[in-house]
Design a protein around this ligand. Structure first.
Ligand SMILES: N[C@@H](CCC(=O)N[C@@H](CSS)C(=O)NCC(=O)O)C(=O)O
Length: 289
C-alpha cells in the first residue's frame, strides 16, 4: 500500500527530499573548530597551529605559527615573500588568526620579502629582523631575545655566515612550549646543504661555526625548517643533518673548500640588494629585476 505523503513520518519524508545547501552566510562558523583541529598532539602542542607555505619561483618556505589556545589567536609569519602575501593573508583570515609579527631570518638576495607589503595591508603588524642585518624594521632582535605570541615564544639565535645578520628562530625550551622543538634556520642550514657564502658578507668559517654551535647542539629530535629547498624536502631533524648533511658533516677545511667551489648562479636580485635602503627586503625605490 502506498501511503499518502501526509502520512509518511516526517523524518522519512525529509530524508527523501533533496536538500538545498545552506548559503555560506548561514553556515556555522568553521574557524574555531578548524584552527584547533589542525594543531596536533596534546597539552602545549595543541596551542600551536603550524603551516609550511611554499613560493615556487624562489623555492622559498614561509612559516605560519599561531597560538590557537589564546582567545586572540596571535600569529607570526617567518620569511613571507611579496608574491605570496595575498595567499598568506587569506589563509590567516580564514583561520581567524591575528597576525602580530612578520619576521625575516635575514635580508634575502633572491626575492623581495613580503614584510613591507603586509604592513601596508595590515598596519598593526610589526616587522622583525636582526639588528646585525642592517635592514630597517619595527623591531630589531639580538641573540637570546624572545618573541612572544600568546603563550608561545620563539628564541633568537645568531647564525651568521650566509649573511652577517642571519638568525635562526627556535620554539621555546619549556614544558609549556611545543615538543619537539622547531628551528627555522633561514639559509644557515638547508636540508642536506647550507646557504651559500659567496656574497652579502658571507663567510664559510662563520657559517660552519654557527651551525655547529647553535643548531647541531639542539636536542636531536628538533625539527629543522629551512627558508629554501631545491630538492623537494620539507623538514629534517638535527639528528639527520648531523649524520647526513653533505657539507656540514665535513671538517671545517673541507667545508670551506666545498663552499669555495659551489659555483651557483647569482640570483637576479643580488645587484639590487643594498641593506641600507631595505625595509626588511622591500627596497625604496623597488629594485628592477
Ligand atoms: N641551488 C639554487 C641556487 C639558488 C641559490 O643560490 N640559493 C641560495 C639561497 S637564496 S640567496 C643558496 O644559498 N643556495 C645554496 C645552495 O646550495 O643551493 C637553485 O637550484 O636554484
Amino acid at each position: 500500500m502506498v501511503l499518502p505523503l501526509r502520512l509518511i513520518p516526517r523524518v522519512a519524508a525529509a530524508a527523501r527530499l533533496p536538500r538545498a545547501p545552506l548559503p555560506i552566510s548561514r553556515r556555522a562558523p568553521l574557524v574555531p573548530a578548524l584552527a584547533m583541529a589542525y594543531s596536533t598532539g596534546s597539552g602545549a602542542d595543541r596551542r600551536l597551529l603550524f603551516r609550511q607555505l611554499f613560493e615556487k619561483e624562489s623555492s622559498t618556505y614561509t612559516y605560519l605559527l599561531a597560538d590557537v589556545a589564546d582567545p586572540n589567536k596571535p600569529a607570526v609569519l617567518i620569511d613571507p615573500v611579496d608574491r605570496t602575501v595575498d595567499r598568506d593573508l587569506n589563509l590567516i583570515n580564514e583561520l581567524g588568526l591575528k597576525l602580530v609579527y612578520a619576521m625575516n631570518t635575514h635580508v634575502h638576495a633572491d626575492h623581495v620579502t613580503g614584510t613591507g607589503l603586509i604592513k601596508t595591508k595590515l598596519p598593526g603588524v610589526k616587522s622583525v629582523i636582526s639588528r646585525a642585518s642592517g635592514a630597517k624594521a619595527d623591531h630589531f632582535v639580538d641573540h637570546g631575545d624572545k618573541i612572544h605570541f600568546g603563550n608561545l615564544f620563539l628564541e633568537v639565535r645568531a647564525t651568521p655566515g650566509h649573511t652577517a645578520g642571519c638568525v635562526t628562530y627556535i620554539t621555546g625550551d619549556a614544558d609549556s612550549q611545543p615538543s619537539p622543538r622547531m628551528a627555522f634556520t633561514g639559509d644557515a642550514l638547508i636540508i642536506r646543504a647550507c646557504g651559500r657564502t659567496d656574497f652579502q658578507g658571507g663567510s664559510a668559517d662563520l657559517l660552519y661555526q654557527s651551525v655547529h654551535s647553535q643548531i647541531f647542539t639542539l636536542p636531536k629530535d628538533t625539527l629543522l625548517y629551512p627558508a629554501h629547498d631545491y630538492k623537494g624536502f620539507t623538514v629534517s631533524t638535527v639528528e639527520e643533518e648531523v649524520a647526513y648533511n653533505a657539507r656540514l658533516t665535513k671538517d671545517k677545511e673541507t667545508f670551506k673548500t666545498i663552499m669555495d667551489n659551489l659555483n651557483l648562479p647569482y640570483p637576479k636580485m643580488i645587484d639590487a640588494a643594498v641593506p641600507a635602503n631595505m625595509v626588511c627586503g622591500i627596497q625604496d625605490p623597488p629594485p628592477k629585476i
